[in-house]
Write a protein that binds this ligand. Structure first.
Ligand SMILES: [Mg+2]
Length: 320
């Protein structure tokens, strides 16, 4: 196959979600390192786009390097950086911002010329809330006082929970929800599925034709929709064929491939359409497109579908 027939040939940058795309927990996803290396050597820009701002970009880059993926801190774009950028567009340099969350929040504010503070007295220009394991009631109270007094309210990400070795723990979205409940004010949210983090990533790498790649419909793929760019769903993370079939219109990817190797196959082998080019994945592409059409015209998208055999098709390709 010629290079310009590949899916990746239409794009100048890949915006990659991390967990479920590049790694799962501490381990690399199969073929991710080689695919990213190949894309880079072909001149495609790479950004690693994460809602998780609890680890500084340097630490994420080190983790990626350990997995055999060359990355510097500048390749990692997190939701704290996007939130601080949102604030810097709305506030004069030197404005005070009540910083709630881990060290990444203060760091991102300072990088944008804003002054992090830890009290609502005197009223700061804004409140920025991000995840931090030490955030407690007093922090939520300070945030509530400031928001109620008129401070601009920005949150890094809306994630309600995240997995830990001991089970599901409350995420930033849950802490933000406490301040929303107390004040009646909704924040501007920077992270996926909202557009600021994706826009920050596009700006960082200077992309004109970016492709968002993720494993979650309700964050990565919806963020691409909200930004107006194409998206690729990979099946190495949390999304099942059933989830894809049932996706609402704003959570439907442009392409689906089992893993990142699909970037180097023809785009027509990954585009979700009722009339796909013949390939080993075409039964899935056609079934999903047909199910979406049925759903949009008020019919049961699952009728007549053999989800088990479609999921097995994906599983077989992942194992190849
Ligand atoms: Mg993910």
């Amino acid at each position: 196959m010629t290079e310009d027939a590949m899916l990746i040939a239409d794009y100048d940058a890949l915006l990659l979600d991390l967990d479920g795309v590049v790694y799962v927990g501490p381990h690399a996803v199969a073929h991710a390192a080689s695919a990213i290396g190949r894309a880079r050597s072909g001149g495609v820009s790479i950004a690693f786009v994460t809602n998780n701002a609890s680890r500084p970009p340097e630490v994420v880059a080190e983790h990626l390097c350990e997995l055999g993926i060359s990355a510097s801190h500048q390749d990692v774009v997190n939701a704290s950086q996007a939130a601080a950028h949102v604030l810097s567009q709305r506030l004069p340099a030197g404005s005070t911002v009540l910083a709630i969350g881990g060290p990444g929040v203060r760091l991102a504010l300072a990088e944008r010329g804003l002054v992090p503070v830890d009290s609502a007295e005197p009223t700061p220009a804004a409140v920025m809330m991000g995840y931090g394991a030490d955030v407690g009631w007093k922090d939520l109270a300070e945030a509530s006082y400031a928001v109620h007094a008129g401070a601009l309210f920005v949150a890094t990400n809306p994630d309600k929970s995240f997995p830990t070795p001991r089970g599901i723990a409350p995420g930033n979205g849950t802490l933000v929800a406490a301040v929303v409940a107390a004040t009646g004010c909704e924040p501007i949210v920077a992270g996926k599925p909202f557009a600021p983090l994706v826009n920050e990533s596009i700006e960082r790498v200077g992309a004109e034709r970016p492709l968002m790649i993720g494993d979650r419909l309700d964050t990565d793929i919806e963020a691409a929709f909200n930004t107006g760019i194409d998206s690729l769903l990979v099946m190495t993370g949390v999304t099942s064929v059933r989830d894809l079939v049932l996706a609402a219109p704003h959570r439907r990817p442009t392409f689906v491939t089992p893993d990142l190797r699909g970037l180097f196959a023809p785009a027509e082998f990954a585009r979700i359409t009722t009339d796909p080019a013949p390939s080993s994945l075409s039964p899935l592409l056609a079934a999903v497109a047909t199910a979406w059409q049925r759903s949009d015209s008020g019919h049961d998208p699952l009728a007549g579908l053999d989800l088990g055999s479609l999921q097995a098709l994906v599983g077989a390709q992942l194992a190849e």
